[in-house]
Design a protein around this ligand. Sequence first.
Ligand code: PLP
Length: 476
Amino acid sequence: MDAEEFRKRGREMIDYVADYLSNIESRRPMPDVEPGYMKTLIREDAPVEPDQWEDVMKDIEPIIMKGVTHWHNPNFHAYFPTANSYPAILGDILSDGIACIGFSWAASPACTELEVHMMNWLGKMLNLPKEFLFSPGGHGGGVIQSTASEVTLTCLLSARTKIINQFKKNNPSIEEGEVISKLICYTSSEAHCSVEKAGLIGAVKMRILEPDEKGSLRGVTLEKAIKEDKAKGLVPFFICATLGTTGCCAFDNIKELGPICEKEDIWMHIDAAYAGSSFICPEYRPLLDGVEHAMSFNFNPHKWLQVTFDCSTLYFRVKDSRLLAGAFVVDPLYLKHDTEGEMPDYRHWHIPLGRRFRSLKLWFVLRLFGQKKLQAQIIQDIKLAKEFEKLVLEDKRFEISFDVIMALVCFRLKGTNEINEKLLKLISEDGRIHIVPSNFKEKYYLRFAVCATSTTSEHVQFAWKVITEMTDKLKV
Ligand code: PLP
């Protein structure tokens, strides 16, 4: 494909994507396929001679779209949203065109510097304490990573290196393995499963703590666990607190947890993967109070801030970023450059070496939406969730399981878990809307999330109509 053909095909592809997204409501949110559906549709081997463009395009509907889950269908209400917008897609096209690998400042100065500025723009939008922002002579700052899971692992490994170094300073002959065997970290049973995974990869003990009845991890619970573990000779070093848990969108009490962590020299990481975007709205910013106690903070603009996957932002509040980055520094000569030190070399801030120019799509989104429109979308989504909550409350057969704080409504039929499982089965078989369940302290409930930006009040009413139709079938 030469440049001329690329221009032509590029226009065709843009048309295809615009048509897809404009007409997405005509497709079922979930595809009607079984595992292995593609096997009979696709060739066994890659073509030896090139295919024609037309042939590839012809295959998109029968092979690809047949098995696509349409996350941007306004009737998709599962999980949490994944963001998408035309400005972000266009920013990504430019990133793909430039196709640089910005592992250090010298590897592509614009790639690093735009990221530094975008992290500060975003950090200021969230009103993060200034210690989390880049400033000349300061050592905090933000970095874009792929996913919240990767970020949690990065922070856990950094905290692990920090505590190992502290031990070694006091006792240079101590083996790393001996220190690691004593380490213990904490999270809530409502934390995302990626936190537990980070503990597994980091080879450290992770104690799962029980939250209160609202799903919030409280200071007294942490304090008690620390006391018990220290009495056993263990060394608490890291906690992952969540603002906006995956199951029920609960908020851990970071104002209680933070001071305990500071007193005990425990690294508090905050995972606000979904809810973090809402903190750009002044009315939701109080939910972030207590962040000043955290060593690191993460949220995913790719969930709720119009930035297409992947864009997970991590902020560090550190007095010495070299200490923090210690976990990831390997410095072969071929990666060194003459201007080290003034700007971050982001390869030291995460696990991979290579990194895409992801700040471009963020730049496009922040400029082409502006803060006001981004805030308006979040406020609108939460309003729609409240509308759904009202419908649930008006039907005496149902109950609300958790306070509706963000754009997620957790609800259930009054009664057994089994009857709720049956209801979900009927909804899924019907296929007009898509929702998923979760459970809390053995109680099964359904989650209704406002996901697509095209979801309106009509879709909320439609979802409730489907749910009540299915409920009527159950004759409860
Ligand atoms: N943390 C929370 C609170 C989440 O809700 C999720 C996913 O929904 C994750 C982490 C994992 O996100 P990612 O896919 O970016 O790793």
